[in-house]
Write a new protein. Structure first.
Length: 367
C-alpha cells in the first residue's frame, strides 16, 4: 500500500513539474522573439565587420583593393564597396537585388563621431540607410529622403559632442551600434562603370583616425545555443544607453535578458534553462510558423507589413524579418513582394515554368 502512495506522489510531482515547465515555455516565447532580432543583428554585424569569419559574405579582394594595408582585423567605422552585381550565391545582403551595388559600413560610435560623405544623386537612385540593433531603420539619405542631395555628415552617438565646420550636417543616433547600407541602382552591365563611379564617392571614416571601434567580446556562434544567445544580446544591449526598446529588457530580467550580464544563463533556474534550450532548438521553426499564420496573399503575391523597418513592440514581425529579410527598408522607401504560390494557390515548384505579367504602363515607382 505504501508503494502505491509513493508512486502517486511521484506522479503528482511529475504532473506539477511538467505543468510548470509548459507554463515557462509559453511565457518565454515573448522574450525569445525580442532576443532573436537582437541576436541576428549582432551575428550579422560581426560577420560583416570580420569579427566572425564566414566565407562568401565579404569579397576580400574588394576590401584589399580599397584598403591595401588591411591585415584582417575587425573592420569598423569604414566603408566596404561591394563592386559586383549580386548573384544567387551572394550572401552579404539578405535577398539582394541584382540591379544594385551595395556599400556596407558597420559603425561603433561609442569612441567618437564618424564622417560620412554622400555624393549628389539626381539622375540615379541612391539610398543610404541606417539600421539600429532592433532592426529599425532610423535615418535615411538619398533620392527620396533628401531629394538626391548629398553632403558631408557627422554621425554622432549618444552622449558624444561634436562641433562641425560650416556645411557639415549632424545626425545624432540614440545607439552606438549601427549598420549603414547604401544602395546604388544599376540599369544593366553597360551602366556598371558609371554606377561604380558614384559608389566610389560614398566615404566613411572616423574623425579621429585612431578610432577603430570596439569589437564584441562575445562571438555569436549559434542561435540554437541559449547560453550564447543571452551572452551576445546582453553584451549588445550594454553597448548603448538603456533607452527606447532597450528599456523593455527589464520586463524579462527573470528570463536572463540582463544588459551586461554575459553569464546570465548559468544563473537561471533549471526550468527556465530547460525552456530556453527547448525553444532555441526550434527557434526558426517557431518564427516561420508565425510568418505563415500572418501571411495573406492576393493572386499568389504577399505584401510587406506596414510596419516594416519600424517594428515598435511587435517583436514577432521583427524576428521574422531578421530571419528572411534582414536589413529591409521601410515601405516609404521600398516595397518587397514575395510569391510562394501561383495565381491558383499552388506552391511554386522549381520543376515548372512560370510567366509573370507586368502591366503595359509599368510599375508605379518614384525612384
Amino acid at each position: 500500500m505504501l508503494s502505491v502512495y509513493i508512486w502517486l506522489a511521484v506522479g503528482l510531482v511529475l504532473v506539477v513539474f511538467v505543468g510548470l515547465f509548459l507554463h515557462r515555455v509559453r511565457t518565454l516565447k515573448a522574450p525569445l522573439l525580442y532576443a532573436y532580432g537582437l541576436y541576428e543583428f549582432a551575428r550579422s554585424i560581426q560577420i560583416l565587420s570580420g569579427q566572425l569569419r564566414k566565407e562568401g559574405l565579404i569579397d576580400k579582394e574588394d576590401v584589399h583593393k580599397q584598403y591595401p594595408t588591411w591585415s584582417g582585423e575587425p573592420f569598423l567605422n569604414r566603408h566596404i564597396h561591394l563592386t559586383k552585381l549580386s548573384t544567387p550565391s551572394s550572401r552579404a545582403v539578405t535577398a539582394p537585388n541584382n540591379d544594385t551595388l551595395y556599400t556596407s559600413a558597420i559603425l561603433d560610435l561609442s569612441t567618437g563621431p564618424v564622417e560620412l560623405i554622400v555624393p549628389d544623386a539626381t539622375e540615379r537612385y541612391l539610398s543610404v540607410a541606417f539600421m539600429d540593433m532592433f532592426n529599425d531603420q532610423i535615418a535615411y539619405i538619398g533620392t527620396r529622403a533628401t531629394k538626391g542631395k548629398g553632403g558631408v555628415y557627422w554621425l554622432v552617438g549618444p552622449g558624444q559632442q561634436a562641433s562641425p565646420s560650416e556645411g557639415v550636417q549632424l545626425i545624432d543616433f540614440p545607439v552606438n551600434d549601427l549598420w549603414m547600407l547604401a544602395r546604388v541602382f544599376v540599369s544593366g552591365t553597360s551602366d556598371l562603370d558609371a554606377a561604380r563611379e558614384l559608389q566610389r564617392q560614398i566615404r566613411v571614416c572616423p574623425l579621429d583616425p585612431s578610432n577603430k571601434g570596439v569589437p564584441f567580446q562575445t562571438k555569436a556562434t549559434s542561435a540554437r545555443d541559449p547560453k550564447n544567445v543571452l551572452a551576445v544580446i546582453n553584451e549588445l544591449l550594454a553597448r548603448s544607453p538603456q533607452t527606447g526598446h532597450s528599456q523593455r529588457a527589464t520586463q524579462w530580467s527573470a528570463f536572463g535578458i540582463q544588459p551586461g550580464n554575459v553569464n546570465a544563463f548559468d544563473t537561471l533556474p533549471l526550468l527556465t534553462r530547460l525552456a530556453w534550450s527547448l525553444l532555441t532548438a526550434h527557434v526558426e521553426r517557431l518564427i516561420v510558423k508565425r510568418i505563415d499564420a500572418q501571411q495573406s496573399a492576393q493572386a499568389g503575391w504577399m505584401t510587406p507589413p506596414p510596419i516594416l523597418g519600424q517594428y515598435g513592440t511587435q517583436d514577432d514581425i521583427r524576428a521574422a524579418v531578421s530571419l528572411i529579410g534582414f536589413g529591409a527598408l521601410t515601405v516609404d522607401e521600398a516595397m518587397y513582394f514575395r510569391a510562394m504560390t501561383d495565381h491558383q494557390g499552388r506552391p511554386l515548384d522549381g520543376q515548372q515554368t512560370y510567366r509573370m505579367r507586368i502591366p503595359a504602363e509599368g510599375v508605379p515607382v518614384d525612384a
